[in-house]
Design a protein around this ligand. Sequence first.
Ligand code: NDP
Length: 250
Amino acid sequence: MAKLLKDKVAIVTGGARGIGREIVLMLACEGCDVVFNFQKSQDSATALEKEVKALGVRCQASCVDIRDSAAVKAWIAKSKEKFGRLDILINNAGIVRDKALMLMSDEEWGDVVNTNLDGMFYAARACIVTFLKQRSGDIINISSVSGITGLPRQVNYSATKGGMNAFTKALAKEVSLYGIRVNAVAPGLIRTNITDEMDEKRKQEILKTIPLGRMGEAEEVANCVKFLLSPAAAYITGQIIAIDGGLTMR
Ligand code: NDP
């Protein structure tokens, strides 16, 4: 059977570990060439690049700070030149700097906004002209349930993920007629570095409120991304799809 994304080229931000890594592997397994960036995880990035190439697709890992507008622009332009096309952008790079608002520093606010929101804007802007010209393209933003319900001690993170959700809808409306779909997935509590570093007591409290009674796996987020990139999802755009074990159901 032909692979779902054969001969396509995807950009994944923050692909070296966690959810990004699972998305990179899923794309490669579906026959897609994958370009991803990292900031600190050089060793994981090098190992993943090798693993992906062994799957028979092209792959390039680059050290690019997603907060750096010019660097992101140059990275995406060079990737297009090297790989010959661009079809998919997955905005995944993201950080948390949790703190009560009264204690939150300018830096803790700014770091989260620059990474989660500015980074997405820089990457989307760098891809959109190509997508508009070819009249096709898929953008998937990795948001969070924090941007849907808001979470205490996360005003910075909730604000960026809520912004990401609004960005998704606004851009979907702006580019739909050009054959470009823009969607977001909003994970709940997923087992990665972000949740490993979370306060255990807080994690247990959240776990009690998850109807499915467990944390999610990064692979489950990648599976939803796969669905959104498939022809089965051709009529879906501007949506924020929660992958949260029922946490945000109403
Ligand atoms: P991880 O901490 O495991 O991964 C974060 C990724 O973002 C890393 O690959 C990291 O790269 C990259 N990154 C961070 N800052 C930068 C930067 N300045 N430039 C380039 N890359 C950067 O977290 P997750 O895999 O859990 O998170 C992935 C996404 O999923 C995030 O957007 C997060 O908000 C979202 N999410 C996660 C949830 C969870 O429960 N895990 C829940 C809801 C949403 P490097 O290691 O090289 O620094």
